[in-house]
Design a protein around this ligand. Sequence first.
Ligand code: HEC
Ligand code: HEC
Length: 331
Amino acid sequence: MKALKNSLLHALGVLAIAISSSHAQSGGSPAAPATDGLPNWAFIWDPNVKVPAPDDKPNLLPGSSASYSWKQARDLFVAPDWHPGDHGPMPDIVAKGRKPDVRACGSCHRAEGTGGPENSNLAGLPVSYFVQQIADFNSGARKMSGPDSPAKTFMIGSVKGVTDAEVLVAAQYYSALKPTRNVKVVEAETIPKIGEARMFFTKSPGGGIEPLGRRIVEFPDNNEQFELRDTHSTFTAYVPVGSVAKGEALAKTGGSGTTLACGICHGPALKGIGPIPRIAGRSPTYIVRQLYEFKTGGRSASAGALMKQVVEKLTPEDIIALAAYVGSLEP
Ligand code: HEC
Ligand code: HEC
């Protein structure tokens, strides 16, 4: 696979490509103000949204005999394990992290790697890809754009402190998990009115609707279940009308030179091949962030050079369309 990657790199001549700047995007969001070209709806962080002080009272959820308090659920050194039968033994680094700096990988990415729109679904990622990403975060070759949210700060803080052995054991654990379908992609002109958006969108408790515009708005279907970190949580991602078909055409044909067919490298069903990760069925919000990072140089590691040719000519609409399509696929 290394040989294939190298020959692809060569054939595509991608190393010489300069990354052009991105285009401005619309789509109002209650989150951080838009900075130049940043799809701010995919990089949510609003420190003004306050979370209630967590208490010790145990919470129960349907379909699980476990119970966790809000104090535990908000503790980044705890990975709530609502469904112990769904996975093998969690390594300590995933379940508890290592104080003082390494937060439990499973607190943000969840016990089964299911994650959420604000982080990343890790289930089934290739071990070598996983390990390389941690090295890239550490070296600065992979950055996270947008405001300095706790998700970003604590992810970087955590990977700065891990040992190679801990990374490997976490990679092996998450890689062995079978990804499940947890996002439903829905095309819509109007969406439920957005309420608070601290690190992800929530629906306004007062109801109502608002126009979607040119963006993707991904809601947890049940905020409490998601925030208690239940890995059976599901999400609905609203995408502009027509974007799934547009994304499918781009993904399958490359759109007459706009991009390259994704299947060449990510495999025919986009479930990943060798060291190249799965993109099928992942959070469309996550996919948008990554395409943005490849395009603007936030992901500039050598393996990412293969993606430069893919994203170079994509417009903000193309990025939304591709994310809508790949998010709608079976993982
Ligand atoms: C505070 C929350 C948080 C913690 C704790 C955390 N991460 Fe992350 N992780 C994130 C965020 C946020 C991203 C990046 C999302 C993005 O770029 O859009 C991420 C991305 C990743 C990725 C890249 C996935 C991909 O598909 O490229 C890997 C691998 C990863 N984390 C592993 C770990 C490991 C291992 C640990 C524990 C040592 C850990 N994370 C702890 C929040 C967290
Ligand atoms: C020439 C090979 C190639 C093609 C074609 C390609 N990719 Fe990739 N893609 C890669 C490689 C290699 C990586 C891993 C990059 C890294 O390690 O930084 C990647 C990573 C990604 C990621 C980040 C995944 C993650 O877990 O963070 C996304 C999203 C992505 N590709 C989307 C696409 C889409 C959408 C298409 C089609 C329009 C596409 N790719 C076509 C090679 C390719």
